[in-house]
Design a protein. Sequence first.
Length: 73
Amino acid sequence: MKPGGYVVQMVSFNDRRRHLQRYLYAMRVCGFDEVKTNSSRRIWRDVPNRKWHATLKGETGASRKVVLIHRAT
C-alpha cells in the first residue's frame, strides 16, 4: 500500500479492552496511524442478525463491532 492509503475495517473483539489495544499496537508497528472521525471517537455498532445461539449468550465483546480507519505512513 502506498503511503497515505487508507484501510477501513469493521472488527469485533471477544475481549474489547485487551484485544483492541493489542490490535491497534500491531497496526502502528506495521506502519499505520489510526484516523478518528470528526468527534475524535470510534464508531461502534451492534452486530445485526446474530445467530440464535450467540444471542443466548447475551451481551459479549463480540456482539459489537468497531469501525477502524488507518492510514499508511
